[in-house]
Design a protein around this ligand. Structure first.
Ligand code: GDP
Ligand code: MG
Length: 437
């Protein structure tokens, strides 16, 4: 697969302390072959390697100490950029916000409609309504009703009505009258692009003017996915792409090609048949997936960049002299925060990304800790032993937390001070492992 191929490509570079023009060219050839094997369109792959080469030359890869690592970074950055760079959300500005699903039969529209409804309900506090506009198969309406039942979301359907435009319009009226703030319209698809299907979805699109038109595509269909995306985009000028069936080891090549061809962001991915198997699409994570390596490289780089060497030396002295206090603790936290989003950091640890995929890690996990420390006096920060019950109560009040949380922080701080004495000389990296563990 693509990851193996790229591994091989990078292996060529990693093996050489110093690299030459010749093996940069070899590596790029391997990268290109790997992309082609993952169903990335030929022209896109070619342009991609050209850009990587230019960047590599621009950054003087050949003269750096670790050319392999720099090269990996350039490839990854470029891949991320190719897939859209930033995360794209869905437009929920309407009252109600109308979301129209489009795509071929079997692409996963009905399943994704349910997943999105569930996501908006549980994560965004919305009240969604699902609408069954697949009028060709009675089973299709039932399928959506079953999905709605699983997630506790109402499904609007008119089994006798064969006009999807009317059904969609009636559903929106129903939503307005009953306080639904999101309307998700599931539509029919054919096995291949045909005029009748296109006209039908275009008519619905025109009649209801959705805030968000999403194109759902099966990631396993590779190069075909690109052609289908183009056909739908020409007709609907959709707002975003949903890439389904990215569970298991489905290749991610479609993500690259689709973005390049239709220039629309990929917004969500489907990673299984269950209602919870939905993820926001993160271009950089997809790049990691395609590259097939926990991004240890950039984790190391970032940690090095952000961790102030001077601070580290001062800290070591303090630890040695038993002067480590809450101010230092706070600055440690701030160092860690500078390194980036907690979720990203955890995702970069090989193996952890997968294991922790479903665990919610709050970016502001440190918020309380900071508030507590900021409510301490100077004396308390530098000499935590003076903090008695009375002071704890005051600190808790000042920082808006429970007294147990102050206690917990005191305990953590004690443990940390002990551990730090044990690992004298530990730099930022060790500290970080400790904070996370
Ligand atoms: P529709 O015809 O576009 O409405 O497609 P469906 O939602 O009915 O999905 C077609 C099949 O794909 C069903 O068997 C789904 O369970 C399955 N499916 C949908 N999304 C995913 C996904 O993300 N992963 C996997 N493994 N299966 C999926
Ligand atoms: Mg369906």
């Amino acid at each position: 697969n693509l990851s193996d191929k790229l591994d091989k490509a990078f292996h060529i570079l990693k093996g050489h302390g110093k690299i030459t023009d010749v093996n940069v060219a070899d590596t790029l050839k391997e990268v290109r072959r790997a992309l082609l094997d993952a169903d990335v369109n030929f022209k896109i792959a070619k342009d991609f390697t050209t850009r990587v080469k230019e960047k590599a030359l621009g950054e003087n890869v050949l003269t750096t100490l670790q050319p392999g690592q720099l090269m990996i970074k350039i490839v990854k950055d470029e891949l991320t950029e190719l897939m859209g760079g930033d995360v794209a959300g869905v437009n929920l500005s309407g009252t109600p916000s109308v979301i129209l699903m489009s795509g071929l039969q079997g692409s996963g529209k009905t399943t994704f409609s349910g997943k999105l409804a569930n996501y908006l309900k549980t994560k965004k506090g919305k009240k969604p309504l699902l609408v069954a506009c697949d009028i060709y198969r009675p089973a299709a309406i039932n399928q959506l009703i079953v999905v709605g039942g699983q997630i506790g979301v109402e499904v609007y359907s008119e089994p006798e009505n064969k006009n999807p435009v009317e059904i969609a319009q009636n559903a929106i009226k129903h939503a307005k009258a009953n306080g639904f703030n999101v309307v998700i319209v599931d539509t029919a698809g054919r096995l291949a692009v045909d005029e009748q299907m296109m006209k039908e979805i275009a008519d619905v699109h025109k009649a209801i003017q959705p805030q968000e038109t999403l194109f759902v595509v099966d990631a396993m269909t590779g190069q075909d996915a690109v052609n289908t995306a183009k056909a739908f985009n020409d007709r609907l000028n959709f707002d975003g792409v949903i890439l389904t069936k990215l569970d298991g080891d489905t290749r991610g090549g479609a993500a690259i090609s689709i973005k390049s061809v239709v220039n629309k962001p990929i917004k969500f991915i489907g990673t299984g048949e269950k209602m919870e198997a939905i993820d926001v699409f993160y271009p950089s994570r997809m790049a990691d997936r395609i590259l097939g390596m926990g991004d240890v490289v950039s984790l190391v780089e970032r940690a090095q960049e952000q961790y102030d060497e001077e601070e580290a030396r001062k800290l070591q002295k303090k630890i040695a002299k038993n002067e480590f206090g809450f101010d230092d603790f706070l600055s440690q936290i701030q160092q860690i925060k500078k390194m980036g989003n907690m979720k990203d950091l955890v995702g970069m640890i090989p193996g952890a990304g997968k294991a922790l995929k479903d665990v919610e890690i709050e970016d502001d996990a440190f918020k309380h800790i900071e508030a507590i420390i900021q409510s301490m006096t100077k004396e308390e920060r530098s000499k935590p032993s003076v903090i008695d019950m009375k002071r704890k109560t005051r600190i808790a009040k000042g920082s808006g937390v429970k007294i147990e949380q102050v206690n917990q922080l005191m305990k953590q701080f004690e443990q940390m001070s002990k551990m730090m004495k044990m690992m004298q000389g530990g730099g930022g990296k060790k500290m970080m492992q400790m904070m996370q563990g």
